[in-house]
Design a protein. Structure first.
Length: 172
């Protein structure tokens, strides 16, 4: 899920919780967004440079790396371990914000997997740009909505907000 989507959903959750939690909502809200620092740290280590814009472009590409080293703080085991080690209510709230982020990512991943499978079946594993077929063809959301992801698979694969099949080099 994109940073802007996390920001919007976390802010909406914070607004809903604010009447009950008041200022205590700021820690979980910030943690639900800043947990993505693990992506940036991996990028800096791997690329040997400090460049937030380049990191954002890198992780917003069509098929960015999605392995454990890019998502150290996203592990439920890490979050549970930190929760068991904490004694402060504030820290538990921060971890709850991080868990909210991880939950959104898991939901988004499951929905994208379903969408991609449906698009692959619809188009017969054929790139809509060049006609190539086979396992190298990937599903890609060609026209991203400004806010919140689209999980639509329409009959016409070129419809705005619909998932399209492309070769990875075309999708970049």
């Amino acid at each position: 899920m994109r940073v802007r989507d996390h920001l919007a959903l976390s802010t909406a959750g914070a607004v809903l919780l604010y009447p009950r939690l008041r200022g205590a909502v700021l820690g979980p809200w910030a943690a639900s967004i800043l947990i993505d620092v693990d992506h940036y740290l991996w990028f800096c280590w791997r690329q040997r440079r400090l460049n937030p814009q380049a990191a954002l472009r890198f992780f917003n590409q069509a098929q960015p790396p999605q392995h454990g080293r890019t998502r150290l703080l996203h592990s439920p085991a890490v979050l549970l371990g930190l929760l068991l080690l904490t004694r402060r209510r504030t820290t538990a709230g921060v971890l709850l914000g991080m868990a909210f982020h991880v939950g959104l990512d898991r939901y988004d991943t499951a929905r994208r997997r379903q969408t991609r499978a449906a698009a692959l079946a619809r188009d017969g594993f054929t790139c809509q740009h060049c006609g190539a077929q086979g396992p190298g063809v990937v599903a890609h959301l060609w026209h991203q909505p400004c806010l919140l992801p689209s999980y639509r698979v329409t009959i016409g694969s070129s419809a705005p907000g619909s998932t399209t099949l492309l070769k990875p080099e075309v999708a970049r």
